[in-house]
Design a protein around this ligand. Structure first.
Ligand SMILES: Nc1ncnc2c1ncn2[C@@H]1O[C@H](COP(=O)(O)OP(=O)(O)O)[C@@H](O)[C@H]1O
Ligand SMILES: [Mg+2]
Length: 268
């Protein structure tokens, strides 16, 4: 059973793209078949894996979402430099989709329909969302099984989360009843500050066991890697940031195994 994970938080700069890229790459390095889907018009996930301004034979996620629904989904995929990691790239054109989608039939389900025929070819599909709760993010929440929420360890970390939680509730009620939380990830953590520790404690009190044990430290390599067109986990695998994302990928896989054992036990 494949799993579609939307990496989302409507705040910018909290580590969504860094998380999407490095989790996708680390899962691929762990032997999973992974598809990274860039749904942000900034295209940072696309450039972060070295595919800036590249498109599949039929185009990018923009054409996949706004074009004829009967198109071959393979026409929008690119192979990355990492075995087992494919990418559905995005570029600036996707900005227009936010408006163009409004007039299209099935406007909230376009991404779900695009990904449906690809599902059985991948173990994990990771969607990098834009910093808003607009139609593109809505498409991601409708397509996804779960959401992974990165939280920047700073004073306002929890601010605005009520909007995300409310949006998820609306999506569950109307469009995707099974949508669940994959996990909450503390990012850019600086253990030397009391503030970082306090925010981490608050987030754990609020989201409880949904919060990953793995915490992503503030690490310069994570910021540098995108300019080399490589995920940090391949750019400098021994850096603290890369090691944290590798540990996170293993924690995610361990949770998936525990979930499916639980499901099997429940069905017996
Ligand atoms: N743990 C980290 N340590 C240091 N820099 C980081 C870390 N995570 C992300 N960054 C950098 O912070 C900026 C914002 O991160 P990004 O992943 O693009 O956030 P978002 O996608 O939520 O806007 C980027 O320049 C990124 O390289
Ligand atoms: Mg981003």
């Amino acid at each position: 059973m494949s799993r579609i994970i939307a990496v989302t938080n409507q705040k910018g700069g909290v580590g969504k793209t860094t998380t999407a890229i490095n989790v996708a790459a680390a899962l691929a390095l762990a032997g999973q078949r992974v598809l990274l889907v860039d749904v942000d018009p900034q295209g940072n996930a696309t450039s972060g894996v070295g595919l800036k301004n590249q498109a599949g034979p039929l185009g990018t996620v923009y054409q996949a979402l706004t074009g004829d629904e009967a198109q071959d989904p393979d026409g929008f995929l690119l192979q990355s430099s990492i075995d087992g990691l494919m990418v559905a790239p995005a570029d600036r054109n996707l900005t227009g989709a936010e408006l163009e989608l409004i007039a299209l039939p099935n406007r909230e389900r376009r991404l779900a329909d695009f990904l449906a025929p690809l599902r059985d070819r991948f173990d994990v599909i990771v969607i990098d969302c834009p910093p808003s709760l607009g139609l593109l993010t809505l498409n991601a929440l409708v397509a996804a099984d779960t959401v992974l929420i990165p939280l920047h360890c700073e004073y306002f970390a929890l601010e605005g989360l009520a909007d995300l939680v409310a949006t998820m509730r609306r999506v569950r009620a109307a469009l995707n009843p099974a949508l669940d939380i994959e996990g909450v990830l503390l990012t850019m953590y600086d253990e030397r500050t009391n503030l970082g520790q306090q925010v981490a404690a608050d987030v754990r009190a609020f989201f409880k066991e949904k919060v990953y044990d793995t915490v992503i430290p503030r690490n310069i390599r994570l910021g540098e890697a995108p300019s080399h067109g490589l995920p940090a986990v391949t750019y400098d695998p021994r850096s603290r940031g890369a090691e944290a994302y590798t540990a996170l990928a293993h924690e995610i896989l361990a949770r998936h195994v525990a979930d499916s054992e639980q499901r099997t036990a429940n069905s017996e």
